[in-house]
Design a protein around this ligand. Sequence first.
Ligand code: SF4
Ligand code: SF4
Length: 401
Amino acid sequence: MPKTKTNLEERIAEASYVCGRCGSCRNVCPVYQEIKWESSSPRGKITLAKDVFLKHKHNKMTEFYTQRLLECTLCGKCEEICAAGIHTRGLWLDLRESLRETGRLHPNFRHLGEQIATTHNISATANEYRLDWTDDLDDFEVPQSKDGSEVAYFVGCVSSFYPQLADIPQSIVKILEQAPVKYTVLGGEEWCCGFPLISAGMSGEAQELARHNIEKVRALRVKTLITGCASCFHTWSQEYPLLLGKSKQDLGFEVLHVTEYFARLLQEKRLMPAGLSETVTYHDPCDLGRNSGVYEDPRVILQAIPGLDYVEMFHNRELADCCGGGGNLQMVDSGLSQAIAGRRVRAAVETGASILVSACQQCVQTLRDAARKEKLALEVMDVTELLWQVLDHETGGERNE
Ligand code: SF4
Ligand code: SF4
């Protein structure tokens, strides 16, 4: 929700007052690790905001100021490490709102806003083509807005419109079919979750998307909504209640990331993985882990696979490093985003793993590109792709009808 100017000034004043300038945030910030200028660090961003809003040096609200604010993946690691308890990530989002309010919206963000307002998704493709990723599925029809479903699968824009990632939603529905689960997707009724707009400082525009999506899912009377995308999950579970001034319970259905749901199905023995003889490591998506609190379920899935040798990356769980694909950074500085991703895939190789798994389409895409560019012998995949590959397809219940 857009903050008033006074609110923002109060928050900057509080952050400036309690910040002991210890530099811990600087040491963990993936952006600072690449740029190495104080102004690019979390601590430096607070100083820039203090100059503009508290010292009223409005001449400092320059392109440089805007660029420094937007050079951030919104990974939240600065907030995690800050011993003073400063809610930095929320502050970065508020400062992005202020850029928009003062007419300093980044041109690529403006274009994104216009795009979503037109097609209701992040691509230029009409929303009615949201189910194109199902075209290769010959064995069954993916149910669309089907009454009597227990679970609604919110696919997300990246999975829906990036053919190179179609294997992820396909794996998810194949697993749901095998369990079997009475599920449905929304097809063209699904709109962008709004996270790219919230990240751009346009939370006002995201409210309409939130209302629409909630209304469509409520109409299905499902018990559970699952998402395969970490950012969609974060938006549904954390941002929608905030945007609409309601509690999570008011949604009327539970919201789970697909890894939480599949871990549940494994526990109920509705899915039986066969073996895999590979060394695998896991990248925690910021929006699933640090920003939403889901750490264990993806690991539960991986560790349920017989023969799989699971190794942790040095920076994991709360202290995991970002993949570089968050915060709309690719729209602001794609080279910086790639440099951050390169650092992460090299860290994955150091574990000795041959497969790097994540639980978010955006992370998978960013890390896969980085592994290719760095010419690393590292396969990057989503946990749902791996799970589908290793499932014993002879077991499981009857298929959905
Ligand atoms: S970690 Fe917190 S207290 Fe330390 S410099 Fe960063 S914002 Fe300030
Ligand atoms: S959210 Fe992440 S990228 Fe942004 S300032 Fe904090 S640590 Fe750096």
